[in-house]
Design a protein around this ligand. Structure first.
Ligand SMILES: [Zn+2]
Length: 108
């Protein structure tokens, strides 16, 4: 088995939910991505159902990703509050990365 194989670790109904989990995985050093990003990066039309967002990780990181997702679901990780980025955009609660410029969350 190739440790770089991409596996679906979770499936979400909304992109915001998926992005919240994605951010948590990235924070933990896991190279996760969303299926929708993958498709748009390739310039493909979305063939995933628009209401479903797949969270994808490498096989080698699958177990760790699962654990983090379980922790999130049991509410052990605190959500980032709504904040205003240095670029001036308002970022919703639960996102620690600005959707506009990609800057990380800074308290205050
Ligand atoms: Zn920004």
């Amino acid at each position: 088995m190739d440790p770089n194989d991409l596996l679906r670790v979770a499936l979400y109904d909304t992109r915001s939910e998926a992005q919240f989990v994605l951010a948590a995985l990235l924070e933990n050093g896991i190279d996760a991505k969303l299926s929708v990003d993958e498709h748009s990066a390739l310039g493909m039309d979305l063939d995933v159902h628009a209401d479903e967002v797949e969270l994808i990780v490498k096989r080698a990181e699958f177990d760790k990703a699962k654990e983090i997702i379980e922790d999130l679901e049991t509410g052990e990780v605190e959500k980032v509050p709504a904040w205003t980025c240095q670029c001036g955009e308002d970022v919703d609660e639960g996102f620690d990365t600005c959707w506009s410029c990609g800057a990380g969350y800074k308290a205050g």
